[in-house]
Design a protein around this ligand. Structure first.
Ligand SMILES: NC(=O)CC[C@H](N)C(=O)O
Length: 342
C-alpha cells in the first residue's frame, strides 16, 4: 500500500470514530426536518431536485474527512464555479487586467441583477452573474473545447477527481438563460467582454452545469484553506499569489445580497449556488461543503446556511472571533495535529 493510501485510510478510520463526526450527525438530524425554502425552478432541470437531499462534509486543511448524509449525491455546481473560475482568470491574465474588467465591490443586489458600475462600466464583482460572465470571457484557450477542458482540469485539481457536465442542465440553461444573454450583450456594448458572446455564454453555462457532490465542495474549500494545494493529492489547484484574491471576494460577495449578514453571523469566506451547494472555509483549518436544494429568497441553501452558522458559533470559527469557543476543534477532531491556522 502506498504511503498516501495508508495516510488516507488512517484518516478515514479516525474520522469515522471522531466526536466531530458525531457532532455533524446531530447537526444533520437537527436540520433535516427544516422545510423552509424552495428548490430553484427558473432553470427547468433544477426543479427536478428532491428537497430532502442533505449532505454535510468537512475536510481539514490536512485532508481529514468527515461526511454525513448525501455526500455522494451529484448536483450542479452553479454559481460556486464563479469563485474558482475567477482564480483561473487571475492565473491567465494577471490581477491588473482582470481588475480592469471586473471590480471587487459587493453589490447588495441579487445574483442575476442587470447592473454595472456606471463610472467604469465594469460588473461589480466576479460572484454575480455579470462579473462571472466577464471572468469566463477571460479564460484562455484556442477553441471552445480547449477552454472548457482547462476549466474542467482546474476543478480536477481542486477536487482530486475528474468531473463531468450535466448536459440536460447545460442545455436547459442555454435555452432559457436570456437574462444572462442580456447581461452579456450589455457588457459587450461597453467593451467589457469580447464579441464571442455565445461561446463565452456556453462556457459559463457549462461551468455552472459541472456535477459535484458535497465532498467535492468540502475538498475545494479545504484546498483553498490549505493555501491552494489539495490536501489529499498534494496537487496545486491555484497559484499561491491568487489565493488571497479568491478568498477575499468570497468573503465579501460570495453569498450575494446576504453577504453582509453572512459575514456578521458566520464570518467564513464562502460561495453558494442555486443547485443547493455551499462551499465555505476557515483559512488554514477547515473546508466545508454542504448540499441541500431548498433555497431562501436570496438564492442560498437554507439548511447549508444553518449548518455553517452552527459550526461557526459552536467551534468559534468566525474569522474575527477572539472569545473562547464552546468547543475546541482540535479536541473534537481526535488524533489530529493540524488545525492551527495559517
Ligand atoms: N446563483 C446561481 O447559482 C446562478 C447560476 C446560474 N447558472 C445562473 O446563471 O443563473
Amino acid at each position: 500500500m502506498a504511503n498516501n493510501d495508508l495516510t488516507s485510510l488512517t484518516n478515514s478510520i479516525q474520522a469515522v470514530a471522531s466526536p466531530f463526526r458525531s457532532y455533524l450527525i446531530d447537526l444533520h438530524e437537527k436540520y433535516q426536518s427544516l422545510t423552509d425554502g424552495a428548490v430553484a425552478d427558473y432553470i427547468p432541470e433544477l426543479a427536478l431536485a428532491t428537497p430532502e437531499w442533505f449532505g454535510i462534509c468537512a475536510i481539514t486543511s490536512k485532508g481529514q474527512e468527515f461526511e454525513v448524509g448525501d455526500c455522494d449525491k451529484l448536483f450542479t455546481i452553479q454559481s460556486i464555479s464563479k469563485a474558482f473560475v475567477y482564480g483561473l482568470a487571475l492565473e491567465d491574465c494577471g490581477r491588473e487586467y482582470v481588475n480592469s474588467k471586473v471590480s471587487v465591490e459587493p453589490t447588495g443586489e441579487a445574483f442575476n441583477s442587470i447592473v454595472l458600475d456606471e463610472k467604469t462600466n465594469r460588473p461589480y464583482n466576479p460572484m454575480v452573474n455579470a462579473g462571472a460572465i466577464a471572468t469566463t470571457d477571460l479564460i484562455r484557450g484556442n477553441s471552445a473545447t480547449e477552454r472548457l477542458k482547462r476549466v474542467l482540469e482546474m476543478f480536477r485539481c481542486y477536487t482530486g477527481r475528474e468531473l463531468d457536465l450535466n448536459v440536460p442542465v447545460f442545455l436547459s440553461e442555454k435555452a432559457t438563460g436570456n437574462r444572462n444573454r442580456a447581461i452579456a450583450y450589455l457588457m459587450l456594448n461597453f467593451g467589457m467582454i469580447s464579441d464571442r458572446i455565445e461561446e463565452t455564454l456556453d462556457l459559463y453555462f457549462q461551468q455552472c452545469s459541472i456535477m459535484v457532490n458535497a465532498r467535492d465542495l468540502g475538498m475545494m474549500a479545504a484546498t483553498l484553506a490549505n493555501g491552494g494545494v489539495n490536501p489529499v493529492t498534494q496537487e496545486r489547484a491555484l497559484d499561491e499569489r491568487y489565493v488571497q484574491d479568491v478568498i477575499s471576494v468570497m468573503l465579501t460577495c460570495g453569498m450575494y445580497d446576504y453577504s453582509g449578514e453572512w459575514i456578521y453571523k458566520v464570518g467564513m469566506p464562502a460561495k453558494s449556488g442555486v443547485g443547493g451547494g455551499i462551499t465555505a472555509l476557515v483559512p488554514g483549518k477547515l473546508g466545508i461543503g454542504t448540499f441541500s436544494p431548498p433555497l431562501d429568497a436570496k438564492g442560498n441553501s437554507v439548511r447549508g446556511i444553518k449548518v455553517c452558522e452552527d459550526l461557526a458559533r459552536d467551534f468559534g470559527l468566525h474569522l474575527f472571533n477572539v472569545a473562547e469557543p464552546e468547543r475546541d476543534l482540535n479536541e473534537w477532531i481526535e488524533g489530529n495535529d493540524l488545525v492551527d491556522g495559517w
